[in-house]
Design a protein. Sequence first.
Length: 134
Amino acid sequence: MITLTLLHPSKTIPLQHWSFDNDAVIRIGRSLDNNVVLYSAVVSRHHVEIRPSGPNWELESFGANGTYLNGKPITKASVSDGMVFRLATSGPQIQIRIVPDSPQLDHLASQTLNTSSTNEERHKKETITTYEVT
């Protein structure tokens, strides 16, 4: 499982989390057809894609305002557990956590999904976030 966490712009406090299966292609941007939707003027409609690459993960930037890792612009990067990237120079910061596959975790995840209202409603609630630079 891979988990993305939107961090507070100045305090690195978690604001919102999204979790995905290890075979998911994760798209982040302003457009509603992304898996993670962030409303910010500096975020492109289709800003970043995170996808499995063999046993690892890869991040690719498509954003007009760039994607930054450790303050440096990137177009592609290997994902490592705990890494934090930023959309544009002043945009949202997202931390990536990679959790190894576990049958017990899969069981808990399916129980959680079964108790939510519907997958579509759950998806809408979890993917739309307003982000303002203060």
